[in-house]
Design a binder for this molecule. Structure first.
Ligand code: GLU
Length: 354
């Protein structure tokens, strides 16, 4: 198995990021697996210069390690791989038609919002399929718009028939998950209108290229997992060859599409006023906490308690949690967490920052 940390360098890490890192690191290291670091800097407008270095410094200070310390993966250096992935997807046809699963979409965000059903709070908007119908009913209009250089994104079509349309997986924390791809996910952006590759594509390409098969992240990405399983399926069907040098057995599993990763999604952490923690909350970021003399064991101890790995939030080193790590306590108790200054398990250093 191979796990990964995949932080976005959009600011200094906060408690919620440390909690996710701790879970990912324990999941792989407690079984003696490989752990890799990937800097998710594909969305250039969100990247803050130098945030990657501070992140790595904070991670080391917290007691974490990873196997590609000499050459962490940077998405911003992988454009050729994403171009190649796009070519592979172009080879895959939509259901039984001759059309590719990839199609151009000329809709603006406002068009999509106006035509979509309300989403369920994870930021996911199910695309109503406007440009897919345009391509089916008026292919000549699509050709004309492309020829005149109209700005467009590229979307991947969801399968319409069973069994492909049902995406299901067993999550280590949330249990059995089932999504109807066309109804609950919808055709999704693979390349944005500004030319940048979409998160959903690059994560799948990177995980395949790194041989990652142990995926730990926030529960806001549960629905994305269903989508990413479909993208992964299409990439492999389109002849995508992963870059990593895995064992022959793992290669065969990937080629057969059978080696699906294991997934663990984590409850989200809200701040004292019930909003999800964000990197702009400076009082809880690693810079502020370290400057105030909070120790790495204090931070890890609190995160271990959030993961219900320990009954209290007393200080502990990350390495001390390796022997007894299990998903069971979190599986048994997975409502979202709120940082509450009144909770007896909220340490003083944290209550002071809230
Ligand atoms: N970069 C994403 C984040 O910081 C994680 C994406 C993933 O784990 O797939 O939330």
């Amino acid at each position: 198995m191979t796990g990964r940390f995949a932080p976005t360098p959009s600011g200094r890490m906060h408690i919620g990021n440390v909690y996710a890192m701790l879970a990912a690191w324990l999941s792989s290291r407690s079984c003696g697996e490989r752990m890799l670091l990937r800097i998710e800097d594909v969305d250039k407008p969100r990247v803050i210069a130098g945030a990657d270095q501070l992140m790595m410094d904070d991670l080391r200070w917290l007691g974490f390690d990873w196997d590609n310390a000499d050459s962490p993966m940077y998405q911003s250096r992988r454009t050729e791989r994403y171009e190649y992935a796009l070519e592979c997807l172009q080879n895959v046809s939509m259901d039984d038609s001759m059309q590719s699963v990839l199609y151009p979409c000329f809709c603006s965000r406002a068009d999509i919002r106006a035509a979509s059903a309300p989403n369920e709070g994870d930021g996911f908007m199910v695309y109503p399929g406007t440009c897919r119908r345009l391509l089916q009913d008026h292919p000549e209009e699509v050709q004309a718009r492309l020829a005149q250089g109209d700005q467009h994104s590229m979307r991947i079509a969801m399968p319409q028939s069973s069994p492909e349309r049902d995406a299901s997986f067993d999550d280590c924390v949330y249990g059995r998950q089932q999504y109807d791809l066309p109804r609950e996910v919808g055709d999704s952006v693979i390349r944005r209108a500004d030319g940048l590759f979409g998160y959903q594509l690059v994560v799948v390409v990177d995980d395949l290229d790194m041989g990652v098969n142990d995926i730990v992240r926030g529960r806001d990405l549960l629905r994305s997992t269903a989508l990413q399983m479909w993208i992964r399926h299409c990439l492999l069907a389109g002849g995508f060859q992963p870059e990593h040098s895995a064992s022959a057995e793992a290669e065969a599993g990937i080629a057969a599409g059978t080696a699906t990763p294991t997934y663990a999604h984590l409850p989200l952490i809200d701040n004292a006023s019930g909003r999800r923690l964000a990197k702009r909350e400076r009082s809880l970021d690693m810079g502020a906490l370290r400057a105030r003399g909070v120790t790495s064991e204090q931070i890890i101890g609190f995160c271990a308690w959030l993961l219900r790995l320990r009954p209290t939030s007393d200080p502990v080193a990350a390495a001390e949690l390796l022997d007894d790590f299990s998903w069971q306590p979190l599986h048994a108790n997975h409502p979202d967490r709120a940082l509450d200054p009144e909770d007896p398990n909220t340490p003083q250093w944290l209550a002071d920052a809230l």
